[in-house]
Every structure is written in C-alpha cells, then in structure tokens.
Write a protein that binds this ligand. Structure first.
Ligand code: IVH
Length: 733
C-alpha cells in the first residue's frame, strides 16, 4: 500500500479526538446522570461523523473508541459471553466449627496454610458481575450466568455511576493495565429499596420482593435507560483475568483490593486481613452482629486465603475454589410483642389468622405481622395476644412465628379464640368438620370482593397495572366497582373528580384496562379465581376448548379428561359456572368486550419489569395474610410468589434453557413447576441429556435422572435454588 494513502491529516486526528471526548461526555450525561445536554439527533450526528472518519481512516480505530465500546441504549437480546476464567461459586459453612474444619482440611493440603494471612469480606447479597477493561476502558460487563457463559449487559452496567468507565491512572504508578477483569457484586442499598417500595405502595402498585432480585431485574432490562433510573451500586472483590503488569505485581487478595481501590473501584470498607482462623471467626461474629447496621444486605462472610501463590496451589474443585469459603449467617430471630391476632378474608372467603406484632427489624426488614395460617396452627404454636414471641426471617422468606417465651406470658392470659363472625361483613365464619380452614360464606362480603378483583388484576392473571389492593379497596368502598365487569365501565371524569388521582394516573389505568381486554383466554380463566385452577390447568383447558362458552358448556367428563386437569378441577369449574352470581359476572365481562376466544395461547405478554415482583400489600400493611391465602388457593405457595409469579408475563429469564424437574417441589405441582419454566422461555424436558442445563431436584426425585445428571456433570439445584433460577435466570451458588 502506498504509504501516502495512510497518512492521516492532523486536522482529522484532532477532530476524531474531540469527537470521542464529546461523545463519551454526552453518553455519560445521558446514561448515568440522566441529564443530557444535547438532543439525541445531535448525539447521533457526532457519532456518525466519528464513524465515517474511522471508516475513512481505519488506522485511527482504537479499542476504546466509542464506536467500539458504547452501544445503543436498547439491546434486543443479551449476547452470550464466555468468561475467560470461570466465575465459580463458593462452598458454604454454617457454623464456627465448620469454618474451622475447612481450615483444617486445607491445612492438610499445604503446609503454608497454617500461619498464612486470611481476608474476611462481607458476603454481599447482590448479583455477581464481571467487568472487562481494555487499555483502561470498560469494554464489557457480563453476568455470571452458569459460571462458564454469562450475558453481555454492558449497556446497562455503563449506567451505574459508581462503576468507572475508565480506570484512573493512580494505580501501579500511573500505568493503566492493557487488560483487567474486575469482579464484584452489584447491589442496591436497603434504604433505596425501601423508598422504592414505599412509592410503589403509594401508587397502588406491586412491591418488589427484595433488593437482590430488584438489582438482578434491573440489570436485565432491555432498555438501558430503565437501568439508569435504578439506584444500583457495586463492590469490587476479585481480579479475574489480567495482563502481566497486574499479575506480576499483585500477589495477594489484600494487594488486589488495594489495587482495585486505586483504580477507582468501590471496595468494601468492612474487609479485614487477619492473621489466623481465630481472628477470622471473631470477624465473622462481629459482621454477624452488625449486619443490620450496614446499609446493604449481606448474607454471610467470605473467608479467603490471602496469598495468591498459595491460592493457586490449593486450586479448586469442579465448582468452587478450595482457598475460599462462605460462612453463611443463620436465619435471624428476634423477640417482639404479639399485639393481637386478627383474621383476614381472602377471595374465596378463607379466613386466615395473622399476628399483629410490635414492629421489629429482622432479616433485614421491618416485620409488623406474620401469618398464623389457620386455627390449628395458632393452637399448636400456642401463641396468645400479649405474648412475647420469637419471629424468624431468613432472606426474603415470609416471616414466621417460631413460638412464645413462656416466662413472659401474663398470668391472666387466655388462649385465643377464632372469631365466629367475618371482620369485613359480619357474616358467619364456618369451619367444616375434618377441614383445617375456616370460611366466610357470605357471597357479598366486601373483603372477598376486593381480593377477587385484586387477583383478577394481578400479574398471574389479567396483569392490569395500577390496580393494587389499595386502589381496589378504594374503588369498592367508594361504590364505583362491585364486580369485575364494573372495572370496564368506570367513568373517567367521575374517577378523576372522586379519587383525586391525576389525569395521567387515570389515563394509565384506563389504558391498562383496555389492554387487558385482549389477554389470552387462559389468563381470564386464572383471573376468575376458580378454586384449584392454576395457570397450568387454565392453559390446558383454554387450549382444549378454545372459548369460554365451550368451557361453560362442557360436561364433567369432557373437562376431567383434559391432561393435567382431573376430577377435582373439573368439578370446581362446573360449580363455578353453575353459580348464578358468577354467570352475571361473565355476562358483564362479555359486554365489556373481554376476549373469550383464544387467539394468543402460549403468547407471552411481555412482563412490565425485570425486578422480582410480588403482589401489592404483602409486606405493606394489614393485607399480608390475605395475600397468602390467595397463594394457597392457587396452589402457588411462596416459592412462586416471592419472586416473579409463575404466570405468563413473567420475565424471560430462561430463554432456550433445557431444565428437568424431578421429584416434588414444595408448593408446586410438577405441572406448575414446568409451567413456570415455560412461562420464562425455558424448556421443561422429561429426561436428562447432555443438553440439559440444570436438574431441579425436589422431594423423592427419580434416581435414574440423578445418576444421569451426575454422570454428565449437569448441575443440580433444590427448591430454593429453583426459586432463584426462576427470578434471575442464574444458577445459584
Ligand atoms: S468471591 C471464586 N467475595 O457470593 C470466588 N464472592 O456464593 C468468587 N459474593 O458468586 C467469589 N460477596 O456473587 C466473593 N466478598 C465476596 C462476595 C462474593 C458476595 C457472591 C458472589 C459469588 C457468591 C458465591
């Protein structure tokens, strides 16, 4: 090539340098600060000018040019990223003894373990991320995925203000590394999370399950502008792959943490380097004590051998390093006063007793009530008003009352008696012989009405944004809505005048209602709240009959032969449609133009949010127990509800993944577990093969499947892991 041809005029070089600087500044203002200085078209013009100059002078292209690194805000899918070094998980210990045993075990592998330094770090309850810097510029951010392959979430991660776009030159005497992978945890502070849920409740919207799920959902937004609105934070805790100047100079975890901090990464101030296992144990105990004083959630401590050479000699098992261990904190228990036992009424009339507690912070959140399930449970736990009770909460599980403190029981204490009148309508509460549940049998009971409408609007059913418990309660109390059909004949002006809601909120609500008219038939079936009929059965019935009228006219045999339905559901469907009041509701829905015929079976109505959602009010007030009743009515126990519900509209966390479920997963039928996988874009398959991504192992699993999984080295997870998997699409550690 003629050397003259590649000569680049100085004016071009200068212009390119200026364009890059400007583009990066504007991208930062746009994605991170959310305060663009120039309109999009001007930004696009700068970008395309740079692009055309680089096209004309390809020698000018450098890896950290915005044309190579700054993608668009919207990514239509997350590209797979194969990690240079697998992102391993950690083995867990649950007590001081087990921690010492770990130390003992690895001391036998290498003489230098005894006497070596250890690093104790908080185990952040967030989402693991790998950040790749070339020539000091962030070029790629990837989730952990299955540890080998993650997902490219670069555009989203660029919106997190504490994650540097550039490595500062304070590290290693001003030398920016050619290549550096920093690993750490993206998380959300507890206060931001609480603030977020407060706003959700005020708006009558659904609350998010916990900060971790919310962070995970935020990271998987298709539109980075949404991620940019989420207050995400980051702690760096590991150097992954790096170029020689780093690996030669940084020889311990303590040095690595200092180096990452010098490079501009946030490094957790609670991390300590200690001299022996006793000091490590002491630090774990201290962290456990102060865990709830920290502004973010931690679920344990991670203890690491400090020296990198020693780490390397100890090596790893197939899934976790031997040189590190996670010390998991036990579920937290607190004592508080049980102020009263009250009863809430669910949509089927089920009366669920729950404890009203003196608010207490436990397991990272304030607990002011806990379900007591039913009359027998109250008796079994022997809890009474004015008792001091022990409340337990682990992670995001529903708080539970473990028992009472006998010594502090007042002398005049009396056992609690289940009320015989409904707290909402005053009608009789009936418990049939041989059953553990008590029911309000008044058809017109306002509490049931409210819960039926809330369920109809919920994400598992018709997915109507803006119809949370608070708003429905108001609509019913104001006399504007009496049954489901009334939702569609609300008068806009009257609603604005009476509710005090702004025009925008009302418009949004009407828009959401309008959209719900086109939901597929199975969602309508779920929304009607037919006892025992969950999303899986509803799909099967909808697929078989294709129209609501055909289902209403079907006889018992026709219904019960549908796969996955059976006689209990068939009978329940018939009873439902036989009731005059229900037929009236159906007529009203028909008049409102709701889709009764199945046009979109299997169509996934895109979820509105990636954060783990839960029904409104579960944490947010006196409706907790009612929400719980709804779960069991659906056959959906907390596993499905603390995170993305097992209904369509769920976030597509499992696209293309083959998953085998074996054994019983508590709270879900096999069908429902498989349905939950399908709803999230995954494939629920019947037998284990090389293509299987993970095997979900419930109670009494199939031995052949387990053997096969072991033989092929397919990861296995339990029910809790399954829950995480549904919510985040990530394999648990
Ligand atoms: S080190 C090979 N340090 O815990 C070891 N992990 O259960 C890599 N985590 O996937 C992990 N805080 O997402 C490490 N200070 C910390 C951590 C931490 C939280 C997470 C991380 C990892 C999981 C393992």
């Amino acid at each position: 090539m003629d050397p003259e041809q590649v000569k680049i005029p100085a004016v071009v070089r200068d212009r390119v340098a200026l364009l890059r600087k400007e583009i990066i500044r504007h991208a930062y203002l746009y994605y991170v600060n959310d305060s663009p200085e120039i309109p999009d078209y001007e930004y696009d013009a700068l970008f395309s000018e740079l692009k055309s100059l680089e096209d004309a002078y390809p020698d000018l292209i450098v890896p950290n040019s915005p044309t190579q690194t700054v993608g668009g805000a919207i990514s239509s899918s997350f590209e797979p990223v194969v990690h240079g070094m697998p992102m391993m998980s950690l083995d867990n210990v649950f007590s001081e003894e087990e921690l010492r045993e770990w130390m003992h075990r690895i001391s036998r592998l290498d003489d230098e373990v005894t006497g070596s330094l250890l690093v104790v770090e908080p185990k952040i309850d967030g989402v693991a991320i790998s950040l790749l810097y070339r020539d000091g510029v962030l070029v790629q951010a990837a989730t952990r995925g299955d540890g080998i392959t993650g997902e490219d979430v670069t555009a989203n991660v660029r919106t997190i203000s504490v994650i540097p776009w550039y490595i500062t030159d304070r590290c290693l005497e001003g030398k920016v590394p050619a290549y550096l992978e920093v690993r750490g945890e993206i998380y959300m502070s507890i206060s931001s999370f609480e603030q977020l849920n407060k706003v959700q409740i005020e708006k009558g919207l659904k609350t998010y399950a916990n900060p971790r799920n919310f962070a995970a959902g935020s990271l998987r937004q298709k539109d980075a502008r949404i991620t940019a609105t989420r207050p995400l934070l980051f702690w760096a805790y590991q150097i992954g792959s790096a170029s020689d100047e780093v690996t030669h100079n940084i020889r311990s975890q303590t040095e690595a943490l200092q180096y990452m901090s010098d490079c501009g990464f946030p490094v957790n101030p609670e991390i300590r380097t200690v001299r022996n296992i006793q000091e490590a144990v002491d630090r774990c105990v201290d962290l456990q004590k102060c865990r709830h004083d920290l502004p973010y959630e931690i679920d344990g401590a991670v203890i690491k051998i400090d020296d990198f050479d020693l780490q390397q000699r100890l090596g790893s098992t197939s899934h976790a390093p031997r040189w590190a261990i996670a010390y998991k904190f036990p579920p937290e228990e607190k004592v508080t006063k049980l102020i009263a036992i009250e009863v809430s009424i669910g949509r089927t009339g089920r009366a669920t007793p729950y404890a009203v507690l003196d608010p207490v912070t436990v397991g990272g959140s304030t607990v002011s009530m806990a379900t007591l399930h039913n009359e027998d449970q109250v008796r079994l736990k022997d809890v009474r008003p004015s008792d001091m009770v022990i409340v337990r909460k682990a992670g995001d599980v529903i708080p539970e009352i473990v028992g009472h403190i006998p010594e502090s029981r007042p002398v005049d204490s009396q056992p609690w008696k289940f009320p015989d009148r409904c707290p909402s309508c005053g009608g009789p509460l009936i418990r049939l012989a041989g059953e553990s549940d008590t029911y309000c049998i008044t058809i017109d009971c306002p509490a049931q009405k409210i819960q039926r409408i809330v369920h109809y609007a919920s994400r598992v059913a018709m997915d109507i944004e803006g119809l949370g418990e608070k708003r429905v309660d108001w609509l019913v109390s104001a006399g504007l809505v009496n049954d489901l059909g009334d939702l569609y004949s609300l008068d806009r002006d009257r609603l604005v005048a009476m509710s005090g809601l702004g025009d925008l909120s009302v418009s949004n609500l009407f828009h959401a209602l309008d959209e719900s008219r086109q939901r597929p038939l199975y969602r309508l079936l779920v929304g009607l709240g037919i006892r025992h009929l969950g999303p899986a059965g509803a799909r099967a019935i909808a697929r078989e009959f294709g129209h609501l009228d055909a289902i209403m006219n079907a006889d018992f045999n026709e219904l019960s032969v549908v796969e996955g339905v059976g006689s209990v559901i068939a009978q329940s469907i018939q009873q439902f449609f036989a009731a005059e009041a229900n037929r009236r509701v159906i007529d009203n829905l028909r008049k409102a133009g709701i889709n009764f015929g199945d046009v979109v079976i299997g169509g996934v109505q895109g979820g509105r949010d990636g954060g783990g959602m839960q029904s409104g009010g579960r944490d947010g007030g006196g409706m907790l127990a009612a929400g719980m009743e709804d779960m069991s009515d659906q056959g959906l126990l907390p596993i499905a509800l603390t995170g993305g519900e097992a209904g369509a509209g769920a976030v597509q966390t499992l696209v293309g993944k083959s998953i085998v479920v074996t054994g019983t997963i508590e709270g879900l039928t096999r069908e429902e577990a498989e349905e939950a996988i399908r709803e999230r874009g995954g494939k629920a398959v019947g037998s284990v093969s090389k293509k299987t991504w993970v095997v979900v192992v419930g109670r009494d699993p199939g031995v052949t499947k387990l053997h096969k999984a072991e033989e092929l080295g397919i990861p296995q997870i339990d029910a809790a892991g399954f829950k995480d998997l549904l919510e985040t699409g990530q394999l648990p550690d």
